[in-house]
Ligand binder design. Structure first.
Ligand code: PLP
Length: 402
């Protein structure tokens, strides 16, 4: 006989990607391989681009790749830059550095401004940097809307205004991988030239597809981009003459069925506005719980100012070793997996165990989030972390008042 264990139900994955996959998406993928030359798949693929653009609130172009988010990073850099070019990178966590590492590997000089781990970019400082670049050496500004490691959300519309105020012609390239379909984003209205996203977070589809949205101005840069290669070239992918050019080879057949189903749910059933509004309420419930618990003891939201928090993911500071202990207790005893603290302290450093993250992106509703928060409250009790009891009730109040 094994011991009594309360985790034997449907597992809950509350990490910031991959997110929970709707059964409908998985069922749509569960089918025999389709013909890749004609018929349903070809028609269905054509229907996906307009819906992706609707999610990005864009009328420009989108290229699809069989890749994860890292692939979309490389695609964006490849189509716009050459070796020896210079870019300005605004870092609010691990992910901007990751994108910059990739650019550096491609021979691009990266001027990285690091705004720390708890606050968005300082727009005055960015504007000053741009004004100082009188020769317009920066070919692009690389920014992450929500950095998934810190859960800091930055103001992309204001960044564009700052670039315009400085009269700088650099392309604005934004990573929305964490938050597309969760936090508000308006590609065209905000003047974003290139936006990258993946399918496995807000878009609720198993990892394996990535998207690069680009403006006409960015497409002009493609004419002279020395780093563009056949496979990453966004032109045939976004405007294919033959079906195979969508993916420069075999289409990701089953992912396309899953993505079609997810886009039906987001764009045609719930509606993007409602999807984002749902995320906003659920995120406020998460914050209310942690703010309540943190009235005593070590728990603290990483982002202090609510306007810079994300609807998609929340980074929490709890102090070592409690982050790891809490995650382990929840996984072993509650069937709930929380995200590790990423980039907050070096792995191997005891401080690494003092952070965790809650993913609340995509296919999440009240019972999933309140279940997650109540389970966390049980875990705090079980591992003996000081806190003010009642955070889960505070979260419930947010939901019932919505
Ligand atoms: C998840 C994520 C990435 C990386 O995506 P992968 O699919 O893991 O390559 C990059 N940037 C942000 C903001 C992310 O959330």
């Amino acid at each position: 006989m094994t011991e009594t264990n309360l985790s034997w139900g449907r597992p809950m994955l509350a990490i910031p990607g991959p997110s929970v996959m709707p059964d409908r998406v998985l069922q749509a993928m569960h089918r025999p391989a389709p013909n890749i030359y004609a018929g349903q798949l070809v028609e269905m693929t054509a229907s996906i681009s307009p819906d992706l653009k609707a999610v990005a609130r864009s009328t420009s172009h989108v290229a699809m790749y069989i890749a994860n988010g890292h692939g979309s990073w490389e695609a964006a850099l490849s189509n716009t830059l050459s070796r020896g070019d210079k870019v300005l990178v605004l870092a609010t966590g691990r992910f901007a550095h990751g994108w910059a590492d990739m650019a550096a590997f491609m021979g691009v000089e990266c001027d990285i401004v690091d705004f720390g781990k708890r606050t968005p970019f300082d727009l005055a400082e960015v504007e000053e940097k741009l004004r100082a670049d009188k020769a317009h050496e920066y070919k692009a500004v690389l920014a992450v809307q929500v950095d998934t490691s810190t859960s800091v959300k930055s103001d992309i519309a204001a960044l564009r205004k700052g670039m315009d105020a400085a009269g700088h012609p650099a392309l604005l390239m934004v990573d929305c991988i964490a938050c597309l379909g969760c936090d508000d984003f308006h590609m065209d209205a905000w003047g974003v030239d290139v936006m990258v996203a993946g399918c496995q977070k807000g878009l609720m589809t198993p990892p394996g597809m990535a998207f690069v949205f680009f403006s006409d101005k960015a497409d002009k840069a493609r004419d002279t981009a020395g780093n563009v290669t056949h496979y990453w070239d966004w032109r045939p992918r976004s405007r294919p003459e033959e079906y195979y050019q969508h993916f420069d080879g075999t289409a990701p057949t089953h992912h396309l069925y899953g993505l079609r189903e997810a886009l039906d749910m987001i764009v045609h059933e719930e509606g993007l506005e409602n999807v984002i509004a749902r995320h906003a309420v659920l995120a406020r419930a998460v914050w209310a719980a942690f703010e309540h618990w943190g009235q005593s003891g070590p728990l603290e939201l990483n982002v202090v100012d609510p306007q810079y928090r994300s609807n998609a993911v929340t980074s929490v500071r709890i102090g070592p070793p409690y982050g790891t202990e809490l995650r382990n207790w929840l996984a072993d005893q509650a069937g709930l997996t929380l995200g590790i603290g990423l980039g907050m302290a070096p792995p191997g450093d005891p401080a690494w165990h003092g952070f965790f993250r809650v993913g609340h992106m995509g296919h999440a509703n009240v019972q999933m989030i309140l279940g997650t928060l109540s389970s966390i409250e049980a875990g705090l009790n079980a591992i003996g972390v000081e806190h003010t009891p009642g955070g889960a009730t505070a979260a419930a109040k947010v939901v019932s008042g919505a």
